[in-house]
Design a protein around this ligand. Structure first.
Ligand code: ZN
Length: 247
């Protein structure tokens, strides 16, 4: 059965001195190698719009047997602009960055203490520049708060509020949402839908299949520990359903 795969990245760079070891960094060299691999192996690297077409049965992989792959970058770190985008551009690959509406231009306030590192987030100026250059932006909420504990107006503010800010700043429709910490429940997903997003992305591990619920899309995370073989394995062999069974 055909499936597509949405990859999740966080930082493309090296952890600064003093940072607690954590797996969210992929080195620029490893990232370039991974993109080279996608190209050499003939994957169809596509935008999230094309993943939606696949879910809705409106498109098939252009080359049979070659998966659709979409690239997503959570949190909107400055290193996306410094280290990822130039590589993505050189390969002509689409990419979506999930930014935090109230923190753009600031720092990772949600985990700077636990990681002992302050990471710069893309400013609105850089976001606008990258958008002009072809990068796609989407929402990761207002403040990077767990949403399943919120209800009513507080939930709406995170979901609809961040959409409104991004749409105003970027002067375009914002179609996609990514749950902070991958934390969602039925009410959260409903709020995302009611706010007019086309789809929302989770941290549930797995592939995307036709007719999947667009508000609970699974992804596959690429981390510092993902070596070249593991990367190739995830792209060629990994099945979301098998992964769920193995849990
Ligand atoms: Zn995040």
């Amino acid at each position: 059965m055909d499936s597509a795969i949405v990859l999740t990245y966080h930082n493309i760079g090296r952890p600064p001195r003093g940072a607690k070891p954590h797996g969210l960094y992929v080195s620029p060299e490893a990232f370039r190698l991974q993109m080279s691999y996608l190209k050499a192996a003939g994957f169809n690297v596509v935008s999230l719009d094309e993943i939606m077409d696949f879910i809705n049965g409106r498109s098939q992989p252009r080359r049979p047997g070659k998966r659709l792959v979409a690239l997503t970058f959570d949190d909107g770190f400055q290193d996306f602009s410094d280290n990822a985008w130039p590589v993505l551009k050189s390969f002509g690959f689409a990419a979506t960055v999930f930014v935090i509406a109230e923190l753009a231009g600031g720092e990772n306030l949600w985990d700077c203490d636990s990681l002992n590192v302050r990471k710069k987030l893309l400013s609105w100026e850089t976001i606008a520049m990258l958008k002009e250059d072809g990068a796609i932006f989407a929402s990761h909420g207002m403040t990077h708060t767990s949403l399943s504990s919120l209800t009513g107006e507080a939930l709406r503010a995170e979901v609809a509020g961040s959409k409104a800010i991004l749409e105003e700043k970027l002067d375009q429709r914002i179609d996609y949402f990514c749950y902070p910490y991958g934390d969602y429940n039925e009410e959260t997903a409903e709020a995302v839908k009611a706010s007019g997003y086309r789809a929302a992305f989770t941290t549930v591990k797995g592939c995307v299949f036709q007719a999947d619920n667009p508000y609970t899309i699974r992804r596959v995370s690429i981390k510092s520990s993902t070596g070249p073989l593991a990367f190739a394995y995830k792209l060629h062999l990994y099945s979301g359903r098998a992964a769920r069974r193995a849990k």
